[in-house]
Design a protein around this ligand. Sequence first.
Ligand SMILES: CC(C)(COP(=O)(O)OP(=O)(O)OC[C@H]1O[C@@H](n2cnc3c(N)ncnc32)[C@H](O)[C@@H]1OP(=O)(O)O)[C@@H](O)C(=O)NCCC(=O)NCCS
Length: 301
Amino acid sequence: MAEIIRPMTETDLPQVEEIDGTAFTELLTRLRNQPINLPSHEKEYFRSWMECDPEGSLVLEGGGEILGFNFCHARGRMGWVGPIAVRLDAQGKGIGKKLMVAGLDYFDRVGTKTVGLDTFPENPVSVSLYLRTGFRVVGGLFLLTMGIPPKQDHAVRVAEIELDGVDRIAVLDEKASGFDRRRDYAMALSSGLGCACKVVGEEDNVVFGLIRRGAALIGNFHLTGDGDVEARVGALVEGTLDFFRAKGLTNVAVLCRGNDKRLLDALFGLGFRMNPTLITMHRGENAPPAPLTSPLAIEKG
Ligand SMILES: CC(C)(COP(=O)(O)OP(=O)(O)OC[C@H]1O[C@@H](n2cnc3c(N)ncnc32)[C@H](O)[C@@H]1OP(=O)(O)O)[C@@H](O)C(=O)NCCC(=O)NCCS
């Protein structure tokens, strides 16, 4: 059966969506020992990733069918991989590795210096695949979750950031993490899948909230680290919860590095609880000091 790896097209999306939903549902059900239904990413993500990285959004086709895909995101000097998945009946036959090698070739062509990804440490296949293709473990990423509580008042005031404010956040974020996420932020706000909030009067204290796979996820915090961290985190989280409540969501997750205990403590104080941890792996030049040391900033696609 002839196999080719090629850039994804719009007509591939139904098969990509199907694989994205079933491969991760099967994986998490197995890893967590309980039935977990993980829907596919929303179409808006696939379309925006294909638009940002037409040559980095890859499928492997065999016998006229899509057997796997790999989304590679080049963002300035940094890039990240994911999601990457192979159809259940085609796993373990070298397809994931071929897709990864093709993706790394794309990063080389566009001059990305460091490539990052997050994965489940208890998944031997993905961890082996990444180690085999030159990644190394650089840190951990905590997944914290809680039920969305009723609306609460906070002394610190926050305001929503509109689309025209995205550039400023993107610059801050790039300085802290090395990733230029301007287009991802713009897509999140313009599609209605994301929201961003800032502390009133403190333009550098911001947070992003996203709906991914139908679930509420608090993405990047950026806090300057001075002042009352707890109060600022509480108010910023509340800003995103308003957005999620309006969408009818009842649970929220936050991805958070363990490099600044103040952020973790603030989140625990709000009622977040620890879930399984992820590991972050990098390949290429040493990444800039952030995200592992940047104050209160996290990196995640
Ligand atoms: C992870 C995934 C993309 C890998 O693709 P794959 O086609 O199944 O994997 P491959 O056959 O290309 O194997 C790649 C490497 O994984 C390792 N591997 C494969 N099967 C393995 C197994 N059963 N146990 C341990 N390691 C294994 C091997 O090191 C292999 O490299 P090698 O051939 O040089 O030894 C695929 O299994 C998948 O879609 N899983 C579910 C979704 C997922 O986990 N995505 C990644 C999340 S971050």
